[in-house]
Ligand binder design. Structure first.
Ligand code: SAH
Ligand code: SF4
Ligand code: F3S
Length: 454
């Protein structure tokens, strides 16, 4: 029996992969322990920006330089392993295994092999259509009540700034029956909220030849026994179609929140990014969503300082932020990724200027988010108590159907249950509330608001 500890970086796909890996290792008799007691530390890594990789380099450095202790064995899995695995092994002899995201299925067996024999193993598949996936549901999750399910691996969009298509490979949809089986297993293990994930969920099924598309899957999952709440992420604006929004408004268990990354408000930059839409096309999709889901939420992603982004282009992004009034935006300063086409474009923007632009959009968005949140004070939502709040005794946190974080008084016996929570105020990034009553069955989405005024 071996003891392992895991460190997880990056997106929801990594959480899903790490939960499955934990499940597979524990079923082989391994034990998860704190880092100090672990025989091996497993990093599940991200490459999306340079900073994501730097964190892992420095953590591995720390493990290697800890005084008075031989460094534990280290395994590096995920996107950064795929990109830099060979360098990692060269630099640190304690890195005994590297594994790209398309070889995850081999990882549990190879980890055992490495621990038994002391051999070093590299699982970096150069073939972008190969996929050796872990055939395990994520039963031992970081969060017992919520689970992610990857519905498609990889990405074919090749946005010019993005490393994902290179490290995760081609877009491959998982078979619906495999997804349904996983949903059943998760529901019977106590999961109350499922998030279907993919880099572009809207092209789900494009590689099938039977017309089964994302809205078919969403509808089918939402109508399965025991499925109380379904979310999904991420939607690509060029591929989000009305049939998806129709399922959302028809099925009460599908939460009315959409993440629709705009990335830039300038048509010129969107073109250079290879995003496949203009700002006006984006606006028409926003209109379609908001007229069908008037109480839903819309979040977005935005990159500032893409190479060649002039002050005028940046102004267009500011205008877009003001025009679309998203509930929240994940903003990022452009980070050149070696091997992507944008990294070689002339007109790279300086670090200080990127940070300045980031500050400008963030401060505008903070005001917008606060205004939107303040308008929710006094309303009541169905909230799944899914964790203790990071600060404050006897405080819990959960999310509204539209995916807003609410902090409310409660004790740990309430975790994993739904409550009707009245919003009493706003904090900088979340809402505060109080429980009105227990909500045995989940939620009728935000549509239940009127009914909930008890
Ligand atoms: N598939 C999703 C997003 C995946 S990456 C989509 O198409 O929107 C998550 C976010 O990271 C992106 O939306 C983008 O805003 C950001 N991102 C990706 N590559 C980046 C880079 N090189 N520099 C800065 N931000 C980046
Ligand atoms: Fe990256 Fe674009 Fe694919 Fe999203 S859609 S993962 S941003 S290439
Ligand atoms: Fe990062 Fe890979 Fe996700 S690069 S954002 S962990 S797909």
């Amino acid at each position: 029996m071996y003891c392992f500890s895991m460190k997880i970086y990056g997106c929801q796909m990594n959480v899903y992969d790490a939960d499955r890996l934990r499940t597979a290792l524990v079923s082989r008799g391994w034990l998860e322990t704190p880092e100090e007691e672990a025989d091996i530390v497993i990093f599940v890594t991200c490459s999306i920006r340079d900073k994501a990789e730097q964190k892992v380099w420095s953590e591995i450095g720390r493990l290697n330089s800890a005084e008075g202790r031989t460094p534990p064995a280290i395994a590096v899995a995920g996107c950064m392993a795929q990109r830099t695995g060979t360098q990692l092994m060269k630099r640190y002899s304690s890195v005994c295994l590297v594994c790209g995201p398309r070889s995850l299925g081999k990882l549990p067996g190879e980890l055992e092999n490495v621990m038994r024999t002391g051999q070093r193993v590299s699982l970096l598949d150069e073939n972008p259509v190969s996929l050796d996936d872990l055939a395990v549901a994520p039963l031992l999750r970081a969060n017992p009540w919520k689970a992610f399910i990857t519905i498609a691996n990889g990405c074919d969009n090749f946005c010019t700034y993005c490393i994902v298509p290179y490290v995760r490979g081609r877009f491959i949809s998982r078979e619906p029956v495999v997804i349904f089986r996983e949903v059943e297993e998760l529901v019977s293990s106590g999961v109350r909220e499922i998030t279907l994930i993919g880099q572009n969920v809207n092209t789900y099924g494009r590689d099938f030849d039977n017309g089964y598309v994302f809205s078919s899957l969403l509808d089918d999952v939402a109508s399965m026994d025991g499925v109380e709440r379904v979310r999904f992420s991420t939607s690509h604006p060029k591929d989000l179609t009305k049939d998806v929004v129709d399922v959302m408004s028809r099925r009460p268990s599908v939460c009315p929140g959409i993440n629709l990354p705009i990335q830039s408000g300038s048509d010129q930059i969107l073109k250079l990014m290879n995003r496949g839409y203009t700002v006006e096309k984006f606006a028409s999709i926003v209109e379609m969503i908001r007229s069908a889901l008037p109480d839903g939420s819309l979040t977005s992603d935005l990159i500032v300082g893409f190479p060649g982004e002039t002050s005028a282009d940046f102004e267009r992004s500011v205008e877009a932020v003001e025009r679309f009034r998203f509930d929240m935006i994940h903003t990022a300063a452009y980070s050149p990724r070696e091997g992507t086409s944008a990294a070689g474009i002339e007109g790279q923007i300086s670090g200080p200027e990127k940070r300045r632009r980031l500050g400008v959009v963030n401060s505008i968005q903070t005001v917008i988010s606060q205004e939107i949140n303040e308008a929710l004070v006094g309303r009541t939502f169905s909230v799944l108590a899914d964790g203790t709040a990071p600060r404050g005794d006897s405080m819990l946190q959960g999310r509204t159907p539209s995916d807003k974080v609410v902090i409310f008084p409660g004790d740990i016996s309430m975790l994993g249950s739904f409550f009707r929570v009245r919003i009493t105020g706003t904090k900088k990034w979340c809402l505060s509330g109080e429980v009105v009553k227990a909500d045995g069955k989940a939620s009728l989405g935000v549509k239940c608001d009127g009914l909930d005024q008890v």
